[in-house]
Design a protein around this ligand. Sequence first.
Ligand code: ZN
Length: 77
Amino acid sequence: MLKNGRCMFCAEDTKVAPIEIWNIPGKFKYYCQTHYPEVLNNEEKDKQAFIDYYSNNTTRSWLCSEGLELYTRLTQK
Ligand SMILES: [Zn+2]
């Protein structure tokens, strides 16, 4: 999975690995080995916060259809 590229966190040209952007399916950002775990952890936290927030029926009814689709996709995994 590693390839030559530029880390999108520290902008260093090095070996980078992809992280899928949690709210944009199929979109990836690339990070060096130093920042990969940190960014992955943050993406996971953001995703979890989104799921937790909208697990409530009332807040979920505020989502637009795209948001609802995202919620459904994330919770079906
Ligand atoms: Zn980096």
